[in-house]
Design a protein around this ligand. Structure first.
Ligand SMILES: [Zn+2]
Length: 68
């Protein structure tokens, strides 16, 4: 009779030590656009913070402005 009980298994996982380093990369230079431009006639308007350029329209031709 064979009595085989052989596998002693210890449960030792690898302790994962943290991956903690590294924050968000800093954007170098540039930044959010500061003005909105009419793609149609070139009219420029100062960008309002929190207000997408598309929400503004060119007073001259009524085209939605775009951010630069
Ligand atoms: Zn325009």
């Amino acid at each position: 009779m064979a009595a085989g009980r052989g596998r002693g298994g210890g449960g030792r996982g690898m302790g994962g030590s943290g991956r903690g380093m590294g924050g968000p990369p800093q954007t170098a230079g540039g930044g959010p656009p500061t003005k909105c431009v009419c793609p149609q006639c070139g009219y420029e308007a100062p960008k309002k913070r929190g207000l997408p350029c598309r929400n503004m329209k060119c007073p001259k031709c009524g085209t939605p402005l775009v951010g630069e």
